[in-house]
Design a protein around this ligand. Structure first.
Ligand code: NAP
Length: 281
């Protein structure tokens, strides 16, 4: 790691707890590979201290910070400005401190999802069916990103149907060119050939979790993206691969969203492979 000096710019990740975050490791590797004079540190911020901590970023000259569980929604209220994606998703995962101290909220999770798919398969969401499993923060980013990228249809499937309906309602107003539908269960033939399936629930983090959906019901040429990255290969990813489906894992999404944040802060070109290797080592 290069030496931290009085000129080193500061970046961080705010979470509570934050000690399990993988972001400091992957960002440090990318910063070093790009020869940037930045340092990226974990910031353990209790929910009741969030507003104070966010104001402190500008006061201490930080260039920005990532935001993770449980602050992504609450922090949006504390920004001076939101990017169109952050406003629509209703959550911020990247804070940018402008030179005059103003705070801009960005959300790079949709870029992470679709950037990872594009990078690994060359495919974009344009004109496709996109099944989003979940209706939490990651699912909101995925549904918004799919509509922004010209998906024909976004189909939502979530344990709590009302949350999926609320999400479909919100986005149907703001993205009238994309059709939004809510389903309780997927049957073979429900999705058009070449569909994207985005697994955006936290299922798979615990060993005894059920599968979020049956891969046997997906089109054979579908691409499946898994958001969960711990473990790096979830039972759902394993089942999809066993069914011969093309898959993109949660680490690829984590790397893509993190690289995008770093590009926004530094305007440098960021090496995704270096970030991935740091996570795997
Ligand atoms: P969240 O807002 O808490 O949403 C959780 C989602 O999972 C909800 O749809 C919830 O359904 C569903 N769920 C939870 N337990 C379930 C169960 N036992 N059965 C069925 N559904 C269940 O979380 P989030 O921020 O969206 O994150 C979701 C996952 O994505 C997490 O594992 C997170 O680490 C991961 N993620 C990864 C990346 C990446 O870069 N790879 C980025 C963002 C998030 P209900 O609505 O019914 O509660």
């Amino acid at each position: 790691m290069s030496a931290i000096t009085g000129r080193t710019r500061l970046l961080g990740v705010m979470g509570w707890p934050v000690e399990h975050s993988r972001s400091p490791i992957m960002h440090a590797a990318a910063i070093q590979a790009a020869g940037l004079d930045y340092a990226y540190v974990p910031l353990a911020v209790a929910p009741e201290k969030l507003a104070e901590a966010v104001r402190g970023l500008a006061a201490m000259g930080f260039r920005g910070s990532n935001v993770t569980i449980p602050h992504k929604v609450a922090v949006a209220e504390l920004m001076d400005e939101l990017s169109p994606a952050a406003r629509q998703i209703g959550a911020v995962n990247t804070i940018v401190v402008e030179p005059d101290g103003r705070l801009r909220g960005e959300n790079t999770d949709a870029y992470g999802a679709f950037g990872a798919i594009k990078n690994q398969t060359g495919r974009s969401a344009q004109g496709r069916d996109v099944l989003v499993i979940g209706a939490g923060g990651a699912a909101r980013a995925a549904a918004c990103g799919a509509a922004e990228r010209g998906a024909q249809r976004v189909i939502l499937l979530n344990r709590t149907r009302e949350k999926a309906e609320a999400l479909a309602h919100d986005f149907a107003q703001s993205c009238p060119e994309t059709e939004f539908a809510v389903i309780d269960q997927l049957a073979p033939g429900n999705l058009a050939p070449g569909a994207f399936i985005l697994q955006m629930t936290s299922l798979g983090m615990k060993g005894d979790d059920p599968l979020p959906a049956d891969p046997g019901t997906f089109p054979k040429d579908a691409v499946v993206l898994e958001a969960v990255y711990a473990p790096p290969v979830t039972p759902f990813l394993q089942a999809c691969r066993a069914n011969g489906l093309r898959t993109v894992d949660g680490l690829a999404m984590l790397v893509a969203q993190g690289a995008r944040s770093l590009e926004i802060w530094t305007e440098a070109t960021i090496d995704r492979e270096v970030m991935r290797e740091a996570l795997e080592s």
